[in-house]
Design a protein around this ligand. Structure first.
Ligand SMILES: *[C@@H]1O[C@H](CO)[C@@H](O)[C@H](O)[C@H]1NC(C)=O
Ligand SMILES: *[C@@H]1O[C@H](CO)[C@@H](O)[C@H](O)[C@H]1NC(C)=O
Ligand SMILES: *[C@@H]1O[C@H](CO)[C@@H](O)[C@H](O)[C@H]1NC(C)=O
Ligand SMILES: *[C@@H]1O[C@H](CO)[C@@H](O)[C@H](O)[C@H]1NC(C)=O
Ligand SMILES: *[C@@H]1O[C@H](CO)[C@@H](O)[C@H](O)[C@H]1NC(C)=O
Ligand SMILES: [Fe+2]
Length: 451
């Protein structure tokens, strides 16, 4: 603090004139990188590093092989100025650098920043680019700055090397824009302990909607040219599709987004289903925030079963009867659909249009005749967990209101394993699923797409 020595009347004037300056404070010089996180740009041997500074600096990543000479390589990128739309119009620079020509499965040590300040030292393992790779994931939605129940367990799992990639299925921070986007900053600092070490792949949720999803669009770096709203990428035997379910709910931001996403999705599924592509990557897994089916009693999307979600979204993506050309996920043989938004865990029997399509009576998940759905939105946030509707429909196979998250390993072309971790029960696995799908069944799917 400093004192202004002046006549009282002048003092008052000076204070008034200075008021905005006093309230806002002069920004410190802030060239120190923070909020470091990785994402996979979708090309073999690539990794993207994203971070924040509050003053403008260059964008450089220096890196080297673990055990080799530190920082003997360097890559440059650039930054974009992100001006939050809150009262303070806070400004920050989001830096993005893509590393290319990485050796598959090699571990790299890196730091990021510029001559005006370097981050801590982090490391990551470049993804194996073979279609025979069996990648391991943690996946969840609805993780907040406050009450992030599963975060510590996820941090420790990640540090133990349990995951190759993390999938965060929408709803971050609660909410990133709050307190003039300081909640976003703090959340990105919280997940750095995970996301600076393994690629952190995202899709938008309803909690990102403020100011047209600008915090989400600016802070993450996903493949494609849609600022992370929808995109696809491949890993091991899997083709992943990430969608914005929110385009159906915030039509003010542009009805054309509904159609752009839909057109893109249909093309993407068609391409993924070309025989030569599906032979290499037989699994198609989608992720999107709001589920098509759910049985929570949250006075929200699931409370009435024929919710807006299943009506509008189902209508456009998933409907069995009304619009036979638009039931894309089913016709294009999507194997697994990952959702969040409900603050619970729910596993569904193979389902399409509210009807259960078990593989067989004894083995419902062996060669299922419709996509399998998992809802995993209980990572932990200030809204706590949700309750269930006491009378779920036939498609509901297992439900839990424990805080937790899901682990998944795509073992090979025919076998996928998934399990649910309860944070409330000290990491106990409370549910698991083997999903074996024979190649022959897939070819039936593919034929169904073109019949
Ligand atoms: C930012 O960097 C990328 C990668 O180096 C480059 O493709 C792009 O043109 C750059 N953008 C600007 C505005 O310099
Ligand atoms: C990638 O994974 C495949 C399948 O497990 C394995 O055969 C291959 O050796 C791995 N690549 C490297 C570079 O380790
Ligand atoms: C919202 O953002 C999307 C994605 O950048 C853009 O296409 C759309 O035009 C924006 N809508 C409005 C109303 O600004
Ligand atoms: C699907 O399989 C489960 C588990 O065996 C069973 O409880 C359920 O009744 C089956 N549903 C149908 C429609 O066959
Ligand atoms: C795929 O993995 C499953 C489960 O580990 C195994 O039983 C099966 O033999 C594997 N298939 C091939 C072709 O390796
Ligand atoms: Fe949500």
């Amino acid at each position: 603090m400093f004192r202004v020595k002046m006549e009282p009347v002048h003092t008052a004037c000076a204070l008034l004139c200075l008021a905005p300056w006093l309230v806002r404070g002069l920004p410190p010089i802030w060239t120190q990188p923070e909020q470091v996180h990785l994402s996979y740009p979708g090309l073999a041997g690539w990794m993207e590093v994203t971070w924040t500074t509050f003053s403008k600096t260059d964008s450089t990543v220096e890196y080297g092989l673990l055990g080799g000479r530190l920082f003997d390589m360097s890559a440059r990128g650039n930054s974009t100025l992100f001006v939050d739309s809150g009262d303070e119009k806070r400004q920050m620079y989001i830096h993005r650098v893509i590393l290319t020509d990485l050796k598959p499965v090699a571990t790299y040590v890196y730091h990021c920043g510029s001559d005006e300040g370097w981050s801590d030292v982090f490391y990551f393992t470049a993804l194996n680019d073979s279609a025979l790779f069996s990648p391991k994931f943690a996946l969840y939605g609805d993780l907040g700055n406050e009450n992030p129940q599963s975060l510590a367990r996820l941090q420790k799992d990640t540090q133990l090397g349990m995951y190759d990639v993390i999938l965060h299925i929408g709803d971050f921070a609660y909410d990133m824009h709050e307190d003039n986007a300081r909640i976003g900053d703090e959340f990105m600092r919280q997940i750095q302990s995970i996301a600076a070490y393994v690629p952190y792949m995202t899709c938008p949720g309803n909690h990102e909607s403020t100011y047209n999803f600008s915090n989400y669009r600016n802070r993450f770096s996903m493949p494609g040219q849609t600022e992370g709203l929808w995109y696809s990428w491949n890993l091991g035997p899997v083709h992943f599709i990430s969608l914005s379910t929110e385009v159906y709910f915030y039509l003010d931001y542009g009805l054309e987004l509904v159609f752009r996403q839909f057109e893109w999705l249909e093309k993407d599924l068609e391409e993924a289903n070309r025989l030569e592509n599906r032979a290499v990557r037989p699994w198609i897994i989608t992720m999107g925030h709001r589920p098509m089916y759910c049985s929570d009693d949250d006075q929200d999307d699931c409370t009435t079963f024929d919710s807006y979600v299943s009506e509008v979204q189902g209508w456009l993506i998933h409907s069995p009867n009304d619009l036979p050309n638009l039931d894309l996920f089913y016709r294009y043989g999507v194997d697994l659909e990952l959702w969040a938004h409900e603050h619970t865990y729910e596993r569904l029997w193979p389902v399409f249009g509210d009807k259960v399509y078990n593989g067989s009576k004894e083995q419902p998940y062996v060669n299922p005749k419709a996509p399998v759905h998992i809802i995993t939105g209980s990572a932990g946030c200030r809204e706590r967990t949700d309750k269930f509707n006491p009378n779920p429909k036939d498609w509901s196979a297992f439900r839990s209101t424990d805080y937790g998250y899901t682990r998944m390993q795509v073992i090979n072309a025919t076998h996928l394993y998934l399990e649910q971790v309860s944070d409330d029960q000290n990491g106990k696995v409370i549910d698991s699923l083997w999903l074996p799908i024979a190649r022959l069944i897939r070819q039936m799917y593919i034929r169904r797409c073109y019949c």
